[in-house]
Design a protein around this ligand. Structure first.
Ligand code: 6CS
Ligand code: FE
Length: 287
């Protein structure tokens, strides 16, 4: 007999999406670590000097190497901006670059993730996001958990992302914007998930499916506001998988690059996707 998995976070509904309450904790341990004060209420915490300038420089060189490696020209892990060869994201970056992988382990992200999630953790997804000067594309408002739940079968919002800056993040070069407190709501999204939706969603600056309605984004931002996360190269943000976030395009001359690693609790491993679609490739969602 197989037991049906109850979906406590129904999304991709045909019509009339709603804002639901989160049914799980944000901070899963009773830590008194001062670095995590505010994490449960804001949905994120920032850490200075997670990487040294030498490690940052070594990681930046990897973008160039991977971007121009002829063997990786048509590799699906490398997502390029629409109609150009400019790199937007490099998925499975830990696999593609032992240098980046080592830097992630040095950053302390795994230890913070274990403390936040109250368990051992594994990496659900890793990527490098790149917004070159003058031409970096935007990422529309979304909750990562909504996608990982619907398209990857992540049962609960018991995951945390580390965003490690490889350049300065200024208000003008497309930094992360988070609505603090939004992680307490689950915003249902409307629309059926097409097969291989990731081929569109990873490139589009505003995907058709898996993004909240504008009036829901307005409701949440009216209540919670928007924090713009600026910081030095080498600084790190850990943010809850269900926080509403976005980033604008980069038309400044200064590039913006960050490593993005998603830690999931070993007590929250993925099942079949809740949207009923085929599981996404392993470079997007480890199984
Ligand atoms: O589809 C995904 O898994 C990813 N998409 C976005 C826009 N953010 C998080 C995640 O890497
Ligand atoms: Fe995201």
């Amino acid at each position: 007999m197989t037991l049906a998995v109850v979906d406590r976070y129904v999304s991709r509904v045909p019509d009339n999406p709603k804002i639901l309450d989160r049914q799980d904790p944000v901070l899963w341990s009773e830590t008194s670590n001062p670095e995590l004060i505010g994490y449960a209420s804001a949905g994120y915490a920032q850490f200075d000097r997670a990487l040294s300038s030498g490690d940052v420089a070594a990681c930046l060189e990897e973008i160039d190497r991977i971007e121009n490696d002829p063997a990786l020209r048509d590799d699906p892990r490398i997502v390029r901006e629409e109609g150009t060869s400019a790199v937007r994201s490099i998925f499975d970056i830990r696999e593609l670059s032992p240098i980046v992988s080592a830097a992630v382990e040095l950053s302390g992200a795994r230890r913070h993730a274990q403390e936040i999630l109250g368990s051992d953790v594994y990496v659900h997804q890793s990527r490098l996001n790149y917004k070159p000067g003058f031409a970096g594309g935007a990422f529309y408002w979304h909750s990562d958990f909504e996608t990982w739940h619907a398209e990857d079968g992540m049962p609960a919002p018991r995951a945390v992302s580390a965003s490690i800056s490889l350049t300065r993040n200024e208000v003008y070069n497309g930094p992360l914007m988070i609505s603090p407190g939004s992680q307490q709501y689950f915003v249902q999204c409307a629309g059926e998930t097409p097969d291989d939706h990731y081929r569109q969603s990873l490139v589009a600056t505003r995907p058709d499916v898996g993004v909240p309605a504008e009036h829901h984004i307005s409701t949440i931002v009216d209540e919670c506001g928007i924090d713009v996360l600026t910081g030095e190269a080498g600084s790190m943000t850990m943010f809850d998988c269900n926080a509403l976030h976005a980033s604008s395009g980069n038309i400044s001359p200064m590039p913006r690059a960050n490593i993005f690693v998603v830690f999931n609790s070993v007590e929250n491993t993925v099942v079949e996707p809740f949207s009923g679609t085929e599981p996404r490739p392993g470079f997007l969602a480890a199984r």
